[in-house]
Design a protein around this ligand. Structure first.
Ligand code: GDP
Length: 362
């Protein structure tokens, strides 16, 4: 079955790329996520952005709207249906999560405070990204703190820079040069994204402000254009299920549930699911597939909507029996036959052992 599904994969139909946000504490990871999510909610509409389990989904329409000014005049066309951004900022969202041995995330945003440059956890994140050969962009955040910065909310960064007077320009250039040097010392070539002619050799830098929103449209634009250019193969939609457990949680009215990110394929209510458990593989039925109610109705906590089926890429909560001992960070499988069930049980067990061994050797 896997081979059959693999053969049907096509780059004509792409799934949403999955992105994670990394960086040193206090660089603005959480704020930046908030900004991406909420910058347009103030206008009285959520622009189709949906808060999902463990992630935020930004559909293409909304990306088009937010990036219109950035790509003015360019022939850039959005081919992915949207962007799924993992809500948990930091290491965990990237390093522990694996879907079938590879990293769950397609693209990372490494946030660096323009006033501080590379800090200890920036260096750690860099090491991890390097080890995994994971593509990433650098968000050089807090540009609004530059000397004499003139605010131009939610504006593409090149336009915002054109509005600045000499002191801010000077401050920006000095700090940018210094930070590029810091990256170079670690063997990483970087360049402002609009000057970058070689995206495979140079990591893109996008200056941002999570407070005033300058550069945030550029960040969205970059995430979409880079994933499309560099990862079309990895993003080819396939019916082969790829799903990772993010969290195991007790929820009133549902018992123990698991939050999963569905990267590929379709999950259906009533599916037989197989996943790693502390006391051996767990086989159970996906009794309910839950997704949060739309943003504007989110005032009621734990207001979920039931779904008969969910297609990738999405964040979903699964309720079912025997999920108490489920282990986060591992893949989830759907078995259609008893034979498949056996194969997946073995695979789940093997991956759990690999993970435990990896933890021991750290
Ligand atoms: P995290 O630890 O990386 O998630 O950082 P937070 O998002 O919690 O931000 C840390 C602090 O920096 C908070 O006080 C934010 O208000 C502030 N901050 C974040 N982004 C910006 C920004 O772009 N400009 C300014 N001036 N402050 C920011």
């Amino acid at each position: 079955r896997r081979q059959e599904n693999e053969a049907k994969r096509t780059t004509d139909k792409l799934r949403s790329p999955i992105c994670a946000v990394l960086g040193h504490v206090d660089t603005g990871k959480t704020k930046l996520l908030d900004k991406i999510r909420r910058s347009h909610v103030q206008d009285g509409e959520a622009g189709g952005i949906t808060q999902q389990i463990g992630a935020t989904y930004i559909p293409t329409d909304e990306i088009e709207r937010q990036t219109a000014k950035v790509k003015k005049g360019s022939k850039f066309e959005i081919k992915v249906p949207g962007l799924l951004v993992i809500d948990t900022p930091g290491h965990e969202s990237f390093s522990n999560l694996r879907s079938r041995g590879s990293s769950l995330c397609n693209m990372a945003v490494l946030v660096v405070d323009i006033m501080h440059g590379i800090e200890p956890q920036t260096a750690e994140s860099l090491e991890m990204l390097r080890k995994r050969k994971a593509p990433f962009v650098i968000a050089l955040n807090k540009v609004d703190r530059l000397n004499g910065w003139i605010r131009t909310p939610n504006t593409p960064i090149q336009l915002a820079l054109k509005k600045q007077k000499q002191p801010a320009i000077q401050d920006f250039e000095t700090r940018l040069d210094h930070i590029k040097l810091q990256f170079a010392e670690r063997g990483i070539n970087t360049e402002l994204y609009w000057k970058n002619k070689n995206i495979r050799e140079y990591v893109n830098i996008v200056p941002t402000s999570a407070h005033t929103g300058e550069g945030v449209p550029d960040l969205l634009f970059l995430l979409v254009s880079l994933t499309q250019k560099m990862l079309a193969k990895a993003l080819a939609y396939s019916e082969e299920l790829e799903c990772t457990v993010l969290e195991v949680k007790e929820v009133q009215g549902y018992g123990t549930t698991i939050d999963v990110i569905l990267t590929n394929g379709t999950l259906r209510e009533g599916d037989t699911i197989v996943l790693g458990g502390l006391e051996g593989p767990i086989v159970t039925t996906a009794r309910s597939l839950l997704m949060p109610a739309p943003l504007k109705e989110l005032r009621v906590k734990n207001a979920y909507v039931l779904h008969k089926e969910v297609r990738a890429a999405q964040g979903v909560k699964i309720a079912g029996k025997n999920l108490e001992k489920a282990v986060a960070g591992l893949p989830l499988y759907v078995a259609h036959t008893p034979e498949e069930e056996e194969v997946y049980k073995e695979e789940a067990e093997r991956l759990l052992e690999d993970t435990l061994n990896a933890i021991k050797t750290v």
